[in-house]
Design a binder for this molecule. Structure first.
Ligand code: ZZB
Length: 267
């Protein structure tokens, strides 16, 4: 899979995370949460960033002043894609990764990050999502509730049970921006499908998978951009252009994953 890895810069850490990184990175360091996405053209509509609350992540040093928050598995993959090392210095073992500190997802819930292209320019929050897979992408997922049924179902649930999840309700209630117009599902595809299919919970995995499929197809083949530099263009034509622009601006990079396989020389 060819993903776009987006750089969401930390503005303010959640207290638990702050405690764990204290003294381990410079005060002036740039730290980024790095979700992997297949839908760069939807980034205007990001409203939060998901982590698996029980998943273990690492803070990895990428350059003198830059650090990435991803799973160790993703960092290992990135190590061979020019993200951490030059080809003459590929790591031989996972222990050679520049790991600063490990944290679990729940440590970072509440962290405020700045998401490139998002209309929510004062930042979005890191929130918990039970269905995040540790074995896919970077283990960090950016949330676009307008166009991802999983994200829509999750933010609705988070807002409904904010106290249970230990979050502030407002963090899950940022405005949902219409990003893509479609002939069959209107301009907030995910909401339309979740309601039409009567999906009541982020745990309705089978139905959500079906909704995701429909949303992908309709968005890609029939969608038109409602916002951004490529407003009025088809999604098919805007997608590579948005990706390119993000990469050029230093706000994203390419991340590839060999079919969920972890190629580890130490394995
Ligand atoms: C933003 C986005 C906006 C996404 C959208 C989708 C959609 P797929 O389709 O199953 O191959 N994702 C990435 N990593 C993980 C993970 N570790 N666990 C759970 N979900 C993950 O997966 C690709 C999509 O799944 C990614 O693209 C990401 O969400 C999520 F409007 O990023 B996406 C109809 C889908 N719309």
């Amino acid at each position: 899979q060819d993903y776009t890895a987006l750089k969401l810069k930390v503005q303010e850490w959640a207290p638990k995370a702050q405690e764990k990184i204290k003294g381990k990175i410079p005060e002036t360091a740039n730290v980024y949460f790095v979700p992997a996405t297949l839908r760069p053209e939807t980034m205007y509509g990001q409203t939060c960033c998901f982590v698996g609350p029980k998943i273990t992540y690492g803070l990895f040093k990428v350059s003198e002043n830059d650090y990435y928050f991803v799973t160790k598995r993703a960092a290992w993959n990135m190590a061979f894609q020019g993200t951490f090392f030059n080809s003459d210095k590929f790591p031989k073992d996972i222990s050679e990764l520049p790991l600063i500190v490990e944290m679990v997802g729940s440590d970072v819930v509440g962290t405020l990050v700045k998401a490139p292209l998002s209309i929510h320019t004062s930042g979005i929050r890191v929130l918990p999502m039970e269905s995040v897979l540790a074995t896919k992408g970077t283990g960090v997922v950016t949330s676009v509730p307008s166009d991802s049924p999983d994200d829509y179902a999750t933010v609705m649930d988070l807002a409904k049970k904010a106290e249970y999840y230990g979050i502030q309700k407002e963090w899950a209630q940022l405005e949902i921006l219409p990003v893509i117009q479609t002939p069959s599902y209107g301009n907030i595809t995910a909401k339309f499908l979740v309601e039409k299919m009567k999906i009541n919970s982020p745990k309705d995995a089978k139905q959500l998978a079906e909704a995701k499929d429909l949303a992908y197809k309709e968005g890609y083949y029939k969608g038109t951009m409602l916002v951004g530099d490529y407003k009025g263009q088809s999604v098919e034509s805007a997608k590579p252009k948005v990706k390119e622009a993000l990469i050029k601006a230093g706000e994203a990079f390419e991340y590839a994953e060999p079919n969920g396989l972890v190629i580890s020389r130490s394995a």
